[in-house]
Design a binder for this molecule. Structure first.
Ligand SMILES: [Zn+2]
Length: 121
């Protein structure tokens, strides 16, 4: 992995974390209270008990907020990633020797080392 790819990965992780944190706050403080108010449920303060001891409780509000934030992050980030991937696919071709994906302008395959300078484009 090149330094540029590593930097891109770190940036992508930071963006995904920011999206997750933002949607977590929105889910916990806006969406769940709105659902509770409209439907008259107690999702935000709900507790699932897995036994009689206090450490065996699951707090429903944070669990649901995390779930909503996770789904939103995957949906938003997945759509960003898909667009970037489509752009890369459009500017790439298959190496005729090893079938690896290489940039359309490449004159040498980065995977098998084949000379690509004389192929028809
Ligand atoms: Zn190749």
């Amino acid at each position: 992995m090149s330094a540029r790819e590593l930097l891109g990965l770190m940036l992508a992780a930071a963006v995904a974390f920011a999206i997750f944190n933002l949607t977590l706050q929105v889910a916990a403080n806006v969406i769940l209270p709105a659902i509770d108010q409209v439907l008259g449920t107690g999702l935000r303060s709900g507790i699932i008990r897995l036994g009689n001891r206090p450490e065996r409780m699951i707090f429903l509000g944070p669990l649901l907020a995390s779930f909503i934030a996770g789904l939103t992050t995957v949906a938003l980030f997945g759509s960003l990633y898909r667009n970037a991937w489509q752009k890369e696919m459009e500017s790439s071709v298959d190496c005729p020797h090893c079938l690896s994906l290489v940039p359309a302008e490449a004159t040498k395959c980065a995977f098998c080392g084949s000379d690509l300078s004389e192929r028809d484009v």
